[in-house]
Design a protein around this ligand. Structure first.
Ligand code: ZN
Length: 325
């Protein structure tokens, strides 16, 4: 309400100034009134870990949030440790959103500490536990929840509500932005479902270095396999590589994928190992697993990251050339 009133007043003053003498500059009084009342409040300092979370918080918070993202493009959250600078940034935040489910394993201690004095939200812990995947052979839950867009979209409400608690005056704008963001995620989810379904079922097998795509596989009906397991902290052994090559041979897999936040060594070893056995398997391209692309590019957004992955997977696994594209 105050902001609307302020804007009307400014408009009225500008119109009055223009109507009288077109070349007139606003009076000093008018310039003083132009300072908007509501947005003069400082934005909320938010710290997030991954780009996927930054995308959501910025989309819902708009100009009311000042988001600092700790992990940039190509950064592996499993291995990330806080720098001195990060500790300072985290201390200055009013609220922190992180993925949780042990993704940012090396930050858990500092988050626990800071959580005693300010809201520190582990988003994964807010999802229904029955929707959290357990990885075969691990006790820990699978943290890669952003890979199922419909699951990730359930967190929109959590972010909206946490921002509203800190800034109840902006509740209306958070609600509107949250609804719009949820709708855009819904569109991305449907696009992924429809596009992955164009790959013939027997060809639908996604091999990546580390097991970041289990939720993706569950949501979009594609089998997934990774020699390295659920965290990049575990290394793929010779036996893991041998099993992967055997799978490629048995299932006639045309391509495997590298990840932008994981060194390509293991996948290179698999391609070379298969070649040594007379089997050609292509590098299908780089997928965004645990980090998004460069900022200010399509791939630097959450929707763009998922689109890139879907398009890359379909182009490499679909044996029929897509007509007219
Ligand atoms: Zn991962």
């Amino acid at each position: 309400m105050p902001i609307r009133y302020g804007l009307l007043l400014i408009l009225a003053l500008l119109l009055a100034a223009c109507a009288g003498t077109p070349a007139a500059t606003p009076t000093p009084e008018a310039a003083q009134i132009i300072i908007p009342t509501e947005d003069a409040r400082p934005a909320i300092n938010v710290v997030v870990t991954t780009g996927m979370i930054a995308d959501m918080v910025k989309s819902i918070g708009g100009t009311r949030v000042n988001v600092t993202q700790l992990m940039g493009p190509g950064v592996d959250p499993h291995l990330y440790t806080a720098s001195e600078n990060d500790v300072q940034t985290i201390s200055n935040a009013q609220i922190i959103f992180y993925n949780g489910l042990n993704l940012e394993a090396r930050l858990s201690e500092i988050f626990q500490q800071i959580g005693q004095s300010k809201p520190v939200i582990a988003l994964g812990d807010r999802l229904p536990p029955e929707l959290i995947k357990k990885h075969e052979g691990y006790d820990a839950p699978d943290p890669h929840i952003w890979m199922d867009v419909s699951l990730w979209a359930q967190l929109v409400t959590i972010v909206r509500d946490e921002l509203t608690k800190l800034d109840p005056d902006s509740s209306g704008r958070y609600s509107l932005a949250a609804d719009a963001y949820r709708q855009s995620l819904n569109d991305v989810h449907n696009m992924a479902l429809e596009t992955i379904a164009t790959i013939p079922e027997e060809q639908r097998i996604l091999i990546t270095a580390h097991d970041a795509f289990a939720y993706f596989g569950r949501a979009y009906n594609i089998e997934v396999f990774a020699p390295q397991g659920i965290t990049t902290a575990a290394e793929a052994g010779v036996e893991d590589i041998r099993r992967t090559i055997q799978l490629i041979i048995d299932r006639k897999v045309p391509a495997i994928f590298v990840e932008t936040s994981v060194p390509p060594d293991v996948m290179d070893a698999i391609i070379a190992g298969a070649a040594a056995q007379g089997v050609t398997v292509a590098n299908g391209g780089a997928l965004y697993s645990d980090a998004m692309g460069q900022p200010d590019t399509q791939d630097g957004t959450y929707a763009g990251m998922i689109r890139h992955n879907v398009d890359t997977i379909v182009a490499a696994l679909n044996p029929t050339p897509q007509q007219g594209q």
